[in-house]
Design a protein around this ligand. Sequence first.
Ligand SMILES: Nc1ncnc2c1ncn2[C@@H]1O[C@H](COP(=O)(O)OP(=O)(O)OP(=O)(O)O)[C@@H](O)[C@H]1O
Ligand SMILES: [Mn+2]
Length: 421
Amino acid sequence: MNKRGIIILCIIATLLCIGLGANFYFMYYLNAEEGQLASVRALENMIRHKIRHLKPAYLNRNPRFFMFRNKLLKNYKQAAYENASVLWEIANWWPHENEIYPLYDSSMGQLLKTLREEPITRASNLARGTQLKLLLRLSQQQKVIFKPQWYPRDIVIEGVVYSGKDRHVAEVYAFYLGAVLDLRWTPIVVGRVVNLKDEIYAHGDQELQNTIKIEVDDEGKETYCLYGKCHYCNEEESICGDEQHNIEGVIIYIVPGTLAKRRSPWQRTYKEDKRAVWEDDMTYCKALKNKMETIRLLDLIDVAIFDYLIQNGDRHHYETREERVVLIDNGKSFGNPHKDHLDILAPLYQCCLIRKSTWDRLQVFSGGVLTEIVDRLSKQDALYPLITDKHKRGVERRLLVVFAVVEYCMDKEGDKMFKTL
Ligand SMILES: Nc1ncnc2c1ncn2[C@@H]1O[C@H](COP(=O)(O)OP(=O)(O)OP(=O)(O)O)[C@@H](O)[C@H]1O
Ligand SMILES: [Mn+2]
């Protein structure tokens, strides 16, 4: 080989080495990312496989359901009452840790009726949180929170899981779902049609009145529109009364006691170009298990199941009462009936733990009866039907996913995944 030949060979060898080096470097990064992506994908495939092979018991009605049905229907049936004050006093004594109301109590049906019927005697803006809400006083006594309607029932909210404004009916649905699943950690909520002119404006303080615009058309007909005071409130986005000045909304009973707010370990970044660590790291729970009390972790897993069923993907913070998690703020549920954001279930499939009582209870409501019983319970609500059939099918579809994920975890962990704390 001549000198020129040797030089060419050397150049080729050098280029080859640089090329290979860069390639290895590139491959390394590709693998790190692909590995994570692959593990999320593998999990999804596993769950899909499990759904296709679910045991008939998960798909059929559970005969144990009938035992619960009649008791639930009786307990939550709105009932006549004589003295609202007495009922509110009772209800304000109910909460114990995160249980907001008792399993069965003859005052519940009456309490629900007070929230629907007692006169509004005062109204003001409640600038807590980011969404529009009011603080109302009923019969000069009991304070309650009011969240108004923004959307019709059949709206499909496109985009990310936390898109859009509150869905008022979601708060009522969450109350009944909590009651059925024995996660009695939500506030007591009823739907109510209120008169923006006679009930809200007329009893509103100056500040609230300043956030209600009154428009008069050529024929002298008034329209009342509320925009309120909150982080996202502005004059351009308001809620207007109908011909009679009525608006729909929900009355949320204030949970007595002190609440503490904590950052969720499964918090989203709320930036579409940035993913949170937990979204890609399927071993995320390992470290958490050492850092967090098991009882708290189990609470958060119950919350994840609850939120997944109703597709509440906005629990950036959770609140605790006497160190136990409460289910406050369920307004961002039921955005898109066609979408199931599996990652809301991350606490369950990453930790592979579940409270035994929750697991037993979920199985009672298999075979389509979960949405059926919530529907029956909410028939008495002023805003019935709370959700569309598409949303109901969504809830049932997601219940099967929860069953499949628990099956997946049982394969991995066996019976030790069930806890009794
Ligand atoms: N039923 C209730 N009982 C007691 N406190 C409540 C109740 N509902 C809401 N709060 C308090 O008011 C705060 C704001 O309420 P909520 O979270 O429903 O508002 P939001 O506008 O949806 O907030 P965010 O924008 O943070 O989601 C809660 O963090 C809680 O501390
Ligand atoms: Mn909210």
